[in-house]
Ligand binder design. Sequence first.
Ligand code: FES
Length: 144
Amino acid sequence: MDDQLYREIILDHYKNPRGHGVIEDADAEADGMNPLCGDEVSIYVAFAEDGETIEDVKFSGRGCAISQAATSMLMELAVGKTADEVARMPRDELLEEIGVPLQNNPTRLKCALLGLTTLKVALHKAKGTPLPDGLAGFDELELK
Ligand code: FES
């Protein structure tokens, strides 16, 4: 796919975010913020009966097209995976989905990874597992 098509897909996710909303009484939940711009996402997860598989995941927040579109794409990627699979999901898996090269643009990279990092924090908090090195405080994002 060429860049133009990727850009259209990003805009589509931005305008029509998938999984936008809130899950009341979520099994896992976290808030993330990029302090450079103040953009925020909150992520809510509901597990299936096995307590591991992500049955539903939603986000709310506001921010730039990349942060919101990447989080929307992440919602589609995460459903049906286990908490463990998502906690170990390499960031490249999401970046490939986004498609537009961001590796050499640290500011945009932070935007793209805001949702994924917040989701990982939510899962680690819910499971009581320690955050892996480099995830807490990752790229100076504020996560709670
Ligand atoms: Fe704030 Fe993109 S400019 S997350």
